[in-house]
Design a protein. Structure first.
Length: 447
């Protein structure tokens, strides 16, 4: 066996007979102070140590759950971000430098705030990969996927028991939670997240959190921890500029502004009792949904039956409560998407599509009236599928029966775990109005 060498020959894999130091033996004799080999001792060859380091890094990467994000490092992303706006570049640079510092010492909580596509996930992944490079563990998980994993852990077929999985996340030495705020806001989800955040906050465990929702709009129990200046440090990467995220209607929705709950005629005394009861029930369901939007609400019925009024009333209710909501007419939304490809468009395709796709509450009005081109169907499927997986509150109005809608979409609309379908049986309200007007005219002539 050869003794330890100080030369800079490349190190071969462990056990490789071509290793210039140990010739495949894996061990060498250390040298004494006089430079001679100490044959009474053996030590691992450099190739063994290098192999052990590679094995450790592979184990850490597997544990990290980063997937395709393993390639993102501080060296691979642009320090100033990809925006051409000077203000956004300055914000991103500040967050970039803070992220590098945090990866080095990992003290407290590090929070990145910005819309989808702003680069917050890439910075979070870079922090994780830097930790792995240092030989330290990091566990990455999106919040919606975490909640889905916890739910599935109750199944007898689950590879990991619920308690084991939840404990693994709570006690992760270094945890990254991506996309906080896009998960379904069910009571169970809120409870699990509160337990997780409270545990890690109490034990002051290093945690990275990314969110597209401003901190002051998150659940109060989480908000108090993320806004704690002693432990948490927040960085806004980019402010959302789209008017679609404001608490008011955009241009073109003058009628919808007046469609509030108090203006909705849920009695319609001229209708048969069964239809009046049906309309009243739809009104109550819409009001309850507006107070606490969870899951999906589907309104079916003929044109003019009141489904758009109820959907608009939900949005108006949320705006009055200073909460985010987006109302889009499906055909107009698709037209706007097409127009964004125009170089003169003031709103980019990604900006508009992401705003609609990730809105905390979305109303899709007149679903099924759009053209059935493959492009249109694919865009709508992407919106529906994303919101279905993220369990984002959604209201859909349609004149179609569900079996007339594309199966990929209708299968999600009828899922009882997330969706409630309300079939409004009342006829066109405008027919009532024309009847009333005709009666007034006849009465006037009679005078």
């Amino acid at each position: 066996m050869d003794t330890w060498s100080n030369d800079e020959n490349p190190v071969s894999p462990a056990g490789d007979k071509n290793c210039p130091i140990c010739k495949g033996g894996g061990f060498v004799h250390p040298r004494l102070s006089n430079g001679k080999p100490d044959y009474s001792k053996v030590t691992a060859c450099r190739c063994i140590k290098m192999e052990a380091e590679r094995d450790q890094e592979n184990r850490l990467q597997k544990y990290s759950n980063l997937g395709a994000l393993v390639d993102y490092t501080f060296e691979s992303i642009i320090k100033g971000g990809i925006s051409g706006d000077a203000t956004r570049q300055e914000l991103f640079t500040k967050a970039f430098e803070a992220a590098k510092q945090y990866a080095a010492d990992a003290q407290g909580w590090f929070i990145l705030i910005g819309p989808s596509g702003s680069g917050k996930t890439l910075l979070a992944a870079s922090i994780a990969n830097e930790r792995i490079k240092q030989g330290k563990p990091a566990f990455f998980q999106t919040v919606p996927e975490l909640l889905d994993h916890l739910r599935s852990a109750f199944s007898p077929e689950s590879e990991m028991a619920y308690d084991e999985l939840f404990d693994k996340v709570c006690n992760a030495p270094f945890l990254i939670l991506d996309d906080l705020g896009v998960q379904a806001s069910t009571a169970w989800a809120k409870e699990k997240l509160d337990q997780l955040f409270n545990y890690r906050f109490s034990h002051e465990l290093p945690t990275v959190i990314t969110t597209s929702t401003p901190i002051d709009e998150l659940d109060e129990r989480i908000r108090t921890r993320l806004s704690n200046h002693r432990l948490s440090h927040s960085y806004v990467i980019e402010q959302k500029a789209s008017a679609l995220r404001e608490y008011s209607w955009s241009k073109g929705f003058e009628l919808q502004k007046d469609m509030v709950f108090k203006a909705f005629d849920s009695k319609r005394l001229n209708l048969p009792l069964e239809q009046r009861q049906n309309l009243s029930a739809a009104y109550q369901v819409a009001l309850q949904f507006a107070e606490s939007p969870e899951g999906w609400l589907i309104f079916q019925g003929v044109n003019g039956c009141g489904k758009t009024h109820l959907a608009s009333a939900i949005v108006n209710y949320r705006y009055e409560a200073h909460k985010q909501a987006i109302f889009v007419v499906v055909t107009e939304f698709l037209d706007h998407l097409r127009k964004t490809f125009n170089p003169e468009s003031k709103v980019s395709y990604d900006q508009l599509f992401e705003a609609v796709k990730t809105a905390p509450l979305l109303v899709l009005d007149d679903f099924g009236e759009q053209s059935t081109t493959p492009w249109a169907q694919e865009k709508l499927y992407q919106v529906i599928n994303y919101r279905y997986n993220a369990r984002l509150a959604t209201v859909i109005t349609t004149c179609n029966s569900l079996d007339e809608i594309e199966p990929r979409i209708s299968s999600r609309l009828v899922d009882p775990r997330i969706s409630m379908v309300i079939n409004i049986t009342a006829p066109d309200y405008r027919g009532d109005q024309s009847t009333k007007n005709k009666f007034k005219i006849q009465k006037s002539k009679g005078k």
